[in-house]
Design a protein around this ligand. Structure first.
Ligand code: ADP
Length: 456
């Protein structure tokens, strides 16, 4: 069922409920009024007959005839009059006698003066009338055919209006829900046109800043983000293929060259060395890319634990120095910290990877191949500094160095992929950490990694 149908039906059902309640109130109060009014008529009729019979001394036969003749047409009131001794003085029609007066009934009339009740849809009253010092019991009964007919007419009119009203309400509901949902339909058809190949399309934002306007804007913002991430994915893939292609084509060219011509043993060794170097480059690139992908995970997917920063730094420096014999990492701290002061919440694998990259860069871009690593603390954070006396970074590179595959103007100093700092940045983001770079060309660099402290 469409939203429009659901809205129209709900609207109709609510209106039907309200109408029904009103109709019931009107019907029952009309019935109540009819009943009250008819008792009053009965009362008057009874007194009139008592007066006609006992005061005006009208002939009982005449009264009975009037009753019999009007009974079917006017639903004449059937009256019976008894004296104080419960003896019947007058009855409109003893043979049709509808109300059976019992001693119990006389007793109730005596104590309550007037009683009213309904018997088989006939309304009955019994009352005590005093005339010339004497008391008479008068009962009057009649069927309110006129009142019931009116009530029936009222019911039929109400049922008809109810059905008609519901049909009108449904149509109005349909019309208004269609009008209200029209902009959503527009958005749906516009959104259906958007696919991966035309992510630049946007929804039209309605002029009024209502909920739909906000929805369209939010949707457009989402598209903006999607488009950006799509573009960066595309760029990333093209970077990767470029980075892979270069060493691969060098390997192929080298191998083809040595295949075409017979070479000496030394020349073959040279070729193998060149190919091996390129293959190593490829292996490094692919493992760095793998790390980069891992660091791009959702934070909720990564296992975070409380850990000491100095221990991770020690592990990272040992790993780096084991792989690169010429590199030196001086750790300028020797257990002078309280454990609480240097404990952070993090992923040891990722943090070690970030630290290793910063240490490696410091060694790579400096002649003495040395990184000086120190820890300092503030109230809220642990700051880890990676300092070198190397070539420094050109001011124009500063903004870009954290972008994937970006290599600075000093790239000829050492080989690299341009992924290291992008990886460090991702890891920092995952740990809600900050990285600050201070560097000047020719003056060395200082990278500070600021991690929030862990409070247990
Ligand atoms: P790579 O070192 O593989 O080129 P990175 O992402 O690690 O890639 O670094 C990006 C760029 O930032 C480097 O190409 C280099 O220009 C600059 N850079 C990073 N660290 C240093 C450093 N310690 N000293 C000088 N330049 C650096």
């Amino acid at each position: 069922m469409s939203l429009q149908q659901r809205i129209s039906l709900l609207f109709t059902a609510i209106s039907a409920g309200i109408l029904l309640v009103f109709m019931l109130i009107v019907y029952f109060s009309a019935n109540q009024n009819r009943k009250v009014e008819f008792y009053e008529i009965l009362q008057k009729e009874a007194i009139t007959k008592v007066n006609l019979l006992l005061e005006t001394r009208l002939d009982a036969r005449t009264l009975q005839t009037i009753y019999r003749e009007n009974r079917e047409i006017l639903y004449e009131v059937e009256v019976a009059i008894y004296n104080e001794d419960y003896e019947l003085l007058y009855h409109d029609a003893v043979d049709i006698d509808f109300v059976k007066e019992t001693p119990d009934m006389f007793g109730r009339i005596e104590s309550e003066q007037i009683i009213k009740f309904v018997q088989d849809k006939w309304q009955v009253i019994g009352q005590l009338v005093t005339l010339e010092g004497k008391q008479y019991f008068v009962t009057a009964a009649a069927f309110d055919a006129y009142g019931y007919r009116n009530l029936e007419n009222l019911r039929n009119t109400m049922l008809f209006s109810f059905a008609l009203g519901l049909a009108i309400i449904y149509l109005i509901g349909w019309y208004f829900s269609q009008k209200a949902l029209a902009p959503i339909r527009g958005m749906i058809s516009e959104a259906q046109k958007i696919s991966a190949s035309n992510l630049d399309l946007r929804l039209q934002v309605p002029k009024h800043r209502d909920e739909l306007g906000v929805l369209a804007e939010t949707f457009n913002e989402m598209l903006e983000r999607l488009e950006k991430s799509f573009d960066s994915q595309k760029q990333f893939v093209s970077y990767i293929s470029h980075e892979l292609r270069t060493p691969l084509s060098v390997i192929i060219a080298e191998l083809e060259l040595s295949q075409n011509k017979k070479r000496s043993k030394d020349e073959y060794r040279e070729t193998i060395e060149l190919v091996l170097a390129d293959a190593k480059k490829l292996a490094k690139l692919s493992s760095t890319l793998l790390d980069f992908a891992k660091a791009g995970y959702d934070k909720s997917e990564i296992n975070f634990k409380a850990m000491r920063v100095d221990e991770i730094l020690l592990d990272a420096s040992q790993e780096l120095q084991a792989l690169n014999q010429g590199y030196r990492v001086d750790l300028d701290f020797k257990g002078e910290f309280d454990e609480d002061d240097i404990t952070v919440l993090g992923n040891s694998y990722l943090l070690a990877m970030a630290f290793k990259n910063l240490m490696e860069n410091a060694c790579k871009y400096s002649l003495d191949q040395t990184c000086r690593c120190s820890i300092s603390t503030t109230k809220q954070a642990v700051q880890i500094a990676f300092k070198d006396n190397g070539v420094g970074i050109e001011a124009t590179d500063m903004e870009e160095i954290f972008n994937p595959f970006y290599r600075g103007t000093n790239r000829n100093i050492s080989e690299g992929t341009g992924i290291g700092l992008a990886l460090v940045k991702r890891i920092a983001n995952l740990h809600e950490a900050q990285i600050i770079v201070e560097s000047k060309k020719g003056d060395g660099s200082l990278f500070t990694f600021i991690l929030p402290k862990y409070y247990s």
